[in-house]
Design a protein around this ligand. Structure first.
Ligand SMILES: O=C1O[C@H](COP(=O)(O)O)[C@@H](O)[C@H](O)[C@H]1O
Length: 255
Protein backbone atom coordinates (compact mmCIF):
# COMPACT_ATOMS: atom_id res chain seq x y z
CA UNK A 1 0.00 0.00 0.00
CA UNK A 2 1.26 3.52 -0.81
CA UNK A 3 2.16 5.51 2.26
CA UNK A 4 -0.18 8.22 3.38
CA UNK A 5 1.06 11.72 2.61
CA UNK A 6 0.07 14.57 4.93
CA UNK A 7 0.60 18.03 3.51
CA UNK A 8 0.13 21.16 5.60
CA UNK A 9 -0.48 24.77 4.59
CA UNK A 10 -0.25 27.92 6.68
CA UNK A 11 -3.89 28.85 6.17
CA UNK A 12 -7.04 28.00 4.26
CA UNK A 13 -6.13 30.25 1.32
CA UNK A 14 -2.82 28.44 0.80
CA UNK A 15 -4.55 25.09 1.28
CA UNK A 16 -7.12 25.77 -1.41
CA UNK A 17 -4.36 26.96 -3.78
CA UNK A 18 -2.41 23.77 -3.14
CA UNK A 19 -5.52 21.67 -3.59
CA UNK A 20 -6.28 23.35 -6.93
CA UNK A 21 -2.73 22.59 -8.07
CA UNK A 22 -3.11 18.93 -7.12
CA UNK A 23 -6.53 18.48 -8.72
CA UNK A 24 -5.32 20.20 -11.92
CA UNK A 25 -2.36 17.81 -12.11
CA UNK A 26 -4.48 14.68 -11.65
CA UNK A 27 -7.05 16.00 -14.12
CA UNK A 28 -4.32 16.45 -16.77
CA UNK A 29 -2.78 13.03 -16.11
CA UNK A 30 -6.17 11.30 -16.22
CA UNK A 31 -7.34 12.97 -19.43
CA UNK A 32 -4.02 12.09 -21.05
CA UNK A 33 -4.32 8.48 -19.88
CA UNK A 34 -7.96 7.70 -20.67
CA UNK A 35 -9.59 10.75 -22.21
CA UNK A 36 -11.60 11.79 -19.17
CA UNK A 37 -11.33 12.78 -15.53
CA UNK A 38 -13.70 11.13 -13.07
CA UNK A 39 -13.96 12.88 -9.73
CA UNK A 40 -16.24 12.52 -6.71
CA UNK A 41 -16.80 15.56 -4.51
CA UNK A 42 -17.84 15.74 -0.89
CA UNK A 43 -20.02 18.42 0.63
CA UNK A 44 -19.69 20.26 3.93
CA UNK A 45 -16.68 22.58 4.07
CA UNK A 46 -14.99 21.10 0.99
CA UNK A 47 -16.69 22.79 -2.01
CA UNK A 48 -15.61 26.26 -0.83
CA UNK A 49 -11.98 25.09 -1.07
CA UNK A 50 -12.49 24.29 -4.74
CA UNK A 51 -13.12 27.87 -5.86
CA UNK A 52 -9.54 28.32 -7.10
CA UNK A 53 -10.03 25.58 -9.68
CA UNK A 54 -12.29 27.86 -11.70
CA UNK A 55 -9.41 30.32 -12.10
CA UNK A 56 -7.08 27.77 -13.70
CA UNK A 57 -7.48 28.14 -17.46
CA UNK A 58 -5.26 25.09 -18.08
CA UNK A 59 -7.93 22.72 -16.73
CA UNK A 60 -9.90 20.90 -19.41
CA UNK A 61 -13.31 20.83 -17.69
CA UNK A 62 -14.97 19.54 -20.87
CA UNK A 63 -13.61 16.09 -20.02
CA UNK A 64 -14.65 16.07 -16.37
CA UNK A 65 -17.28 13.66 -15.05
CA UNK A 66 -18.36 14.78 -11.59
CA UNK A 67 -20.10 12.58 -9.02
CA UNK A 68 -20.81 13.15 -5.34
CA UNK A 69 -19.10 11.11 -2.64
CA UNK A 70 -22.33 11.54 -0.70
CA UNK A 71 -25.51 13.51 -1.03
CA UNK A 72 -28.31 14.49 1.25
CA UNK A 73 -31.82 13.39 0.22
CA UNK A 74 -33.09 16.90 -0.40
CA UNK A 75 -33.98 18.84 -3.55
CA UNK A 76 -31.00 20.18 -5.50
CA UNK A 77 -31.80 23.77 -4.56
CA UNK A 78 -32.12 22.98 -0.83
CA UNK A 79 -29.61 24.60 1.52
CA UNK A 80 -28.47 21.13 2.72
CA UNK A 81 -27.68 19.93 -0.80
CA UNK A 82 -24.02 19.04 -1.42
CA UNK A 83 -24.67 19.65 -5.13
CA UNK A 84 -25.82 23.20 -4.39
CA UNK A 85 -22.54 23.91 -2.59
CA UNK A 86 -20.47 22.58 -5.49
CA UNK A 87 -22.60 24.56 -7.93
CA UNK A 88 -22.13 27.75 -5.92
CA UNK A 89 -18.36 27.49 -5.57
CA UNK A 90 -17.39 25.66 -8.75
CA UNK A 91 -19.93 24.70 -11.40
CA UNK A 92 -21.38 28.21 -11.76
CA UNK A 93 -17.88 29.45 -12.59
CA UNK A 94 -16.89 26.79 -15.14
CA UNK A 95 -19.28 26.99 -18.11
CA UNK A 96 -17.06 24.54 -20.04
CA UNK A 97 -18.01 21.68 -17.70
CA UNK A 98 -20.95 20.03 -19.50
CA UNK A 99 -23.98 19.91 -17.18
CA UNK A 100 -24.81 16.38 -18.37
CA UNK A 101 -21.43 15.30 -16.94
CA UNK A 102 -22.44 16.36 -13.44
CA UNK A 103 -24.22 13.36 -11.89
CA UNK A 104 -26.66 14.40 -9.18
CA UNK A 105 -29.11 12.56 -6.98
CA UNK A 106 -32.45 12.25 -8.81
CA UNK A 107 -34.53 14.95 -7.13
CA UNK A 108 -37.71 12.94 -7.82
CA UNK A 109 -36.38 10.20 -5.55
CA UNK A 110 -35.35 12.15 -2.47
CA UNK A 111 -38.27 10.70 -0.49
CA UNK A 112 -37.10 7.18 -1.27
CA UNK A 113 -33.40 6.99 -0.31
CA UNK A 114 -32.89 3.36 -1.31
CA UNK A 115 -34.35 4.04 -4.79
CA UNK A 116 -32.16 7.14 -5.01
CA UNK A 117 -29.09 5.01 -4.22
CA UNK A 118 -30.09 2.43 -6.86
CA UNK A 119 -30.53 5.22 -9.39
CA UNK A 120 -27.12 6.61 -8.49
CA UNK A 121 -25.58 3.17 -9.12
CA UNK A 122 -27.14 3.28 -12.62
CA UNK A 123 -25.62 6.69 -13.18
CA UNK A 124 -22.22 5.40 -12.07
CA UNK A 125 -22.59 2.41 -14.37
CA UNK A 126 -23.01 4.68 -17.39
CA UNK A 127 -19.55 6.13 -16.87
CA UNK A 128 -17.77 3.16 -15.30
CA UNK A 129 -19.09 0.46 -17.64
CA UNK A 130 -21.81 -1.86 -16.44
CA UNK A 131 -22.14 -3.31 -12.98
CA UNK A 132 -21.42 -6.76 -14.40
CA UNK A 133 -18.22 -5.85 -16.19
CA UNK A 134 -16.38 -4.01 -13.42
CA UNK A 135 -16.35 -4.93 -9.75
CA UNK A 136 -16.10 -1.35 -8.56
CA UNK A 137 -15.84 2.03 -10.25
CA UNK A 138 -12.27 3.32 -10.19
CA UNK A 139 -12.42 7.09 -9.78
CA UNK A 140 -9.42 9.12 -10.82
CA UNK A 141 -9.88 11.20 -7.68
CA UNK A 142 -12.20 11.25 -4.69
CA UNK A 143 -12.14 14.35 -2.49
CA UNK A 144 -13.25 13.68 1.07
CA UNK A 145 -14.03 15.72 4.13
CA UNK A 146 -13.95 14.49 7.70
CA UNK A 147 -16.42 15.38 10.42
CA UNK A 148 -15.52 16.02 14.08
CA UNK A 149 -16.77 12.49 14.84
CA UNK A 150 -14.46 10.92 12.22
CA UNK A 151 -17.18 10.36 9.61
CA UNK A 152 -16.45 10.71 5.94
CA UNK A 153 -18.87 10.57 2.99
CA UNK A 154 -22.08 9.64 4.85
CA UNK A 155 -20.29 6.78 6.60
CA UNK A 156 -20.63 7.27 10.33
CA UNK A 157 -18.78 5.66 13.27
CA UNK A 158 -20.19 2.28 14.26
CA UNK A 159 -22.79 2.28 11.47
CA UNK A 160 -23.59 -0.99 9.67
CA UNK A 161 -22.89 0.69 6.30
CA UNK A 162 -19.19 0.43 7.13
CA UNK A 163 -19.57 -3.33 6.55
CA UNK A 164 -20.90 -2.93 3.01
CA UNK A 165 -18.73 -5.04 0.70
CA UNK A 166 -20.46 -5.08 -2.68
CA UNK A 167 -22.84 -2.17 -3.33
CA UNK A 168 -21.41 0.89 -5.09
CA UNK A 169 -23.74 3.34 -3.42
CA UNK A 170 -26.02 2.90 -0.41
CA UNK A 171 -28.70 4.82 1.44
CA UNK A 172 -28.76 5.75 5.09
CA UNK A 173 -31.91 6.92 6.85
CA UNK A 174 -30.54 7.31 10.38
CA UNK A 175 -27.63 9.67 9.86
CA UNK A 176 -26.62 11.09 13.25
CA UNK A 177 -25.85 14.37 11.46
CA UNK A 178 -28.90 16.00 9.89
CA UNK A 179 -30.44 15.56 7.45
CA UNK A 180 -31.02 11.94 8.41
CA UNK A 181 -31.61 10.59 4.88
CA UNK A 182 -28.66 10.45 2.54
CA UNK A 183 -26.93 8.38 -0.11
CA UNK A 184 -23.24 7.62 -0.07
CA UNK A 185 -20.48 5.90 -1.99
CA UNK A 186 -19.38 2.83 -0.05
CA UNK A 187 -15.94 2.14 1.40
CA UNK A 188 -14.90 -0.33 -1.32
CA UNK A 189 -15.64 2.29 -3.98
CA UNK A 190 -13.68 4.94 -2.10
CA UNK A 191 -10.77 2.57 -1.55
CA UNK A 192 -10.58 1.59 -5.23
CA UNK A 193 -9.94 5.16 -6.42
CA UNK A 194 -6.61 5.99 -8.07
CA UNK A 195 -6.22 8.98 -5.80
CA UNK A 196 -8.01 9.82 -2.55
CA UNK A 197 -7.55 13.17 -0.84
CA UNK A 198 -8.93 14.33 2.49
CA UNK A 199 -9.26 18.05 3.04
CA UNK A 200 -9.66 19.49 6.55
CA UNK A 201 -9.13 22.92 8.02
CA UNK A 202 -9.59 24.72 11.30
CA UNK A 203 -8.72 24.18 14.97
CA UNK A 204 -12.04 22.41 15.55
CA UNK A 205 -10.65 19.31 13.80
CA UNK A 206 -7.31 19.12 15.71
CA UNK A 207 -8.29 16.38 18.17
CA UNK A 208 -10.02 14.21 15.62
CA UNK A 209 -7.14 14.51 13.13
CA UNK A 210 -4.66 13.56 15.86
CA UNK A 211 -6.76 10.47 16.61
CA UNK A 212 -7.20 9.51 12.95
CA UNK A 213 -3.65 10.07 11.80
CA UNK A 214 -1.62 9.11 14.87
CA UNK A 215 -3.36 5.88 15.84
CA UNK A 216 -4.95 2.80 14.33
CA UNK A 217 -8.69 2.42 14.68
CA UNK A 218 -11.99 1.85 13.00
CA UNK A 219 -13.31 5.36 12.57
CA UNK A 220 -14.71 5.74 9.05
CA UNK A 221 -11.85 8.03 7.99
CA UNK A 222 -9.35 5.45 9.28
CA UNK A 223 -11.01 2.76 7.15
CA UNK A 224 -10.13 4.71 4.00
CA UNK A 225 -7.19 2.65 2.79
CA UNK A 226 -6.46 2.75 -0.93
CA UNK A 227 -5.69 -0.46 -2.81
CA UNK A 228 -2.08 -1.11 -3.83
CA UNK A 229 -2.47 1.10 -6.92
CA UNK A 230 -3.96 4.06 -5.07
CA UNK A 231 -2.64 7.10 -3.22
CA UNK A 232 -3.94 8.80 -0.08
CA UNK A 233 -3.12 12.45 0.60
CA UNK A 234 -4.29 14.68 3.45
CA UNK A 235 -4.53 18.43 2.87
CA UNK A 236 -4.56 20.26 6.21
CA UNK A 237 -4.08 23.81 7.34
CA UNK A 238 -1.70 24.39 10.24
CA UNK A 239 -4.59 24.91 12.65
CA UNK A 240 -6.10 21.51 11.86
CA UNK A 241 -2.68 19.80 11.88
CA UNK A 242 -1.53 21.33 15.18
CA UNK A 243 -1.78 18.07 17.20
CA UNK A 244 -0.76 15.63 14.45
CA UNK A 245 2.52 13.93 15.34
CA UNK A 246 2.89 11.72 12.22
CA UNK A 247 5.31 13.02 9.58
CA UNK A 248 3.92 15.92 7.59
CA UNK A 249 5.34 17.89 4.67
CA UNK A 250 4.84 21.53 3.97
CA UNK A 251 2.95 22.98 1.06
CA UNK A 252 3.12 23.17 -2.64
CA UNK A 253 6.59 21.74 -3.30
CA UNK A 254 5.26 18.30 -2.30
CA UNK A 255 2.66 18.33 -5.04
O1 LIG B 1 -22.32 15.74 6.26
C1 LIG B 1 -21.25 15.81 5.68
O2 LIG B 1 -20.13 16.03 6.40
C2 LIG B 1 -18.81 15.71 5.91
C3 LIG B 1 -17.82 16.57 6.69
O3 LIG B 1 -18.19 17.92 6.54
P1 LIG B 1 -17.32 19.13 7.09
O4 LIG B 1 -18.22 20.33 6.97
O5 LIG B 1 -16.95 18.81 8.50
O6 LIG B 1 -16.14 19.24 6.19
C4 LIG B 1 -18.73 15.94 4.41
O7 LIG B 1 -17.49 15.48 3.94
C5 LIG B 1 -19.89 15.21 3.74
O8 LIG B 1 -19.81 15.32 2.34
C6 LIG B 1 -21.18 15.82 4.22
O9 LIG B 1 -22.31 15.25 3.62
Amino acid sequence: MSPTQIITFPDVAALSEGLAHYVARISKESIKRHGKFTIALSGGSLPKQLANLAKDSSIDFAHWHVFFADERCVPLDHEDSNYLLAKTYLFDHVPTLPREQIYTIDSDLVNDPSEAAEDYISQLAKVFATKDSVRFPVFDLILLGVGPDGHTCSLFPGHELLEEKTAWCASIEDSPKPPSSRITLTLPVVNHAHHIAFVAAGAGKQDMLHQILDSQGDLPAQLVKPTAMGTLTWFLDDAAAAKVTSATSKGLERL
